[in-house]
Design a protein around this ligand. Structure first.
Ligand SMILES: CC(C)(COP(=O)(O)OP(=O)(O)OC[C@H]1O[C@@H](n2cnc3c(N)ncnc32)[C@H](O)[C@@H]1OP(=O)(O)O)[C@@H](O)C(=O)NCCC(=O)NCCS
Length: 181
């Protein structure tokens, strides 16, 4: 997100369902190491469902270096110890009718509302920045994610197969999308 747009969406305090305080804020170019530590803490289950690229420090540094990109919005959940407890993003290529969405929550922050608050805030930003539609893919087996997306207004547009990756065999997936404004 451009530095000018960034000023329109300042950090927001949230309280997770288990009482932990956190802050939702936009990714910064100096977040590379923090993002890498977050990737390093993910388990195999998270990696099965979230694998846009190898989850290592090198890719984290590259991602953080694009924090001011005009065609990418990355929102992080920062914990009270300044670690990253999760993040959600959307990006597009101009001209675009639709963006692509992704989300991943740290293992010790799952199922306590982090995914929902990140998505709600990201969707509020998407009402003002980026294309009018947001799209994603999600394996059938990721029941928690499918539930979250449907609750937040995404609808299934088609079904198909995700090819086998690393130790996981091919598995069915949904394509989903949502109008954001
Ligand atoms: C899938 C994921 C994003 C969900 O985020 P989360 O923070 O764990 O989920 P939340 O606590 O915000 O819960 C959101 C919804 O998910 C469902 N949910 C959450 N925990 C659940 C559980 N343990 N069992 C079943 N459903 C659950 C509920 O429907 C919940 O709705 P509610 O807000 O009305 O209670 C997160 O678990 C994650 O990052 N998982 C690993 C990576 C991944 O799967 N990424 C998505 C790839 S498509």
């Amino acid at each position: 997100m451009t530095p000018a747009d960034r000023e329109r969406f300042p950090p927001t305090g949230v309280t997770l369902k288990d009482g932990r305080p956190a802050t939702l804020r936009l990714l910064r170019t100096d977040d590379g190491e923090r993002l890498g530590d977050f990737y390093a803490g993910l388990d195999e289950n998270a990696a099965r469902f979230y694998w846009p690229h190898p989850l290592d420090h090198e890719h984290a540094r590259t991602n953080a270096s694009r924090a001011d990109s005009p065609t990418e919005v990355v929102l992080v959940l920062e914990t009270a110890t300044a670690a990253l407890g999760g993040y959600a993003w959307y990006r597009w290529q101009e001209p675009a009718a639709s963006s692509t969405f992704g989300i991943c929550i740290a293992v010790d922050h799952q199922s306590c509302g982090a995914g929902r608050v990140l998505m709600e805030r990201l969707l509020a930003i998407a009402r003002e920045v980026g294309p009018p539609c947001m799209a994603l893919t999600c394996q059938h087996a990721n029941v928690r994610a499918v539930e979250l997306y449907q609750k937040l207004g995404f609808r299934i547009t088609r079904e198909g197969w995700l090819g086998g990756r690393r130790q996981w065999p091919p598995e069915p997936q949904y394509w989903m999308e949502r109008t954001v404004r």
